[in-house]
Design a protein around this ligand. Sequence first.
Ligand SMILES: NC(=O)CC[C@H](N)C(=O)O
Length: 388
Amino acid sequence: MPASQSASEKPTALIALADGQLFYGKGFGATGDTVAELVFNTAMTGYQEIMTDPSYAGQVVTFTFPHVGNVGVNPDDDETGDPVAAGMIVKWDPTEPSNWRATENLVDWLEKRGRIGIGGVDTRRLTRAIRQQGAPHVAIAHHPDGIFNIEALVKKAREWKGLVGLDLAKDVTCAQSYRWDEMRWAWPDGYKKAVGNDLKVVAIDFGAKRNILRCLASAGCDVTVLPATATAEEVLALNPDGVFLSNGPGDPAATGEYAVPMIKGVLETEVPVFGICLGHQMLALALGAKTIKMNHGHHGANHPVKDLTTGKVEITSMNHGFAVDSQTLPKGVAETHISLFDGSNCGISMESRPVFSVQYHPEASPGPQDSYYLFERFAEAMRARKSA
Ligand SMILES: NC(=O)CC[C@H](N)C(=O)O
């Protein structure tokens, strides 16, 4: 029984790993059960942004930081309309929020949105299991009566096919195209609308986080968002100054079945292209490289990434389970960034043209140098081409 749970307290939640390991805890939020890939996230802040990041579709997140829920939730911090992660696992039960921006507590917020939370779990032990076996398949269950069909849950986890080969962008993309003009949050006014932006950007929504779109608007972009399945013809018909490829869930190789032909079509023109995360992976696929599934991925806000062109190291925010295989980068495509955790690829650019992408989340990287400059670099590339 986990240390944070008193001996008399009956567990109301269960995490069943495909290999049969069981972790009991105290359920909160929605009841029921679900099956997903289990990952751990090492960020010390931003649980609401993590839970609403569409790239977490099909995944349950274990938070290694123990105090989750203490600043509540608010409508301003949602990265998309509802939580997308399949569930959350934490060490301590969430307390009542203490923060001037909180409008609701995490437990009610999860319950209303149909997501399971599990507290009282030895998240260090669970994280070790994830590191040792690679992101496992799990079934998580929250039953207030404390009655679990363990065999059925383990079977569910074992039979789940996993994220490899799974296209999830189609599930989380927008149904229709829309315009975006909200800028980054700034004290004291919060979010403000952009006026007079002159760089026409088409952003492809594979599961875009709102804060990425805000960064584009703040950098001078007049943003039109198109659904994931947009074709090159549809993108180019809007006569964009630049094309942005968003983050998103699932396997880049599966999503690339429709996105890669679109990207290849865009690359036949001279239009600057900028990609983040899934967008980065699919740009690499379109350029002829390959992607691989990682052992347990990178999920957190403390990932050191080296910019190979300047030698500078940035502390970045990341969330990915697949990676571009740098061994497969074709001639004319340079590796621009690498992870200092494991040397894996974190950025590429075409040597001849302003076509570049990064694996991390520049809109949410904590510093010491704010990675927002990448949005400005994209804007500069578009301005240079416009004035040429
Ligand atoms: N953040 C992302 O866009 C994630 C990309 C991809 N789904 C991965 O897991 O690697």
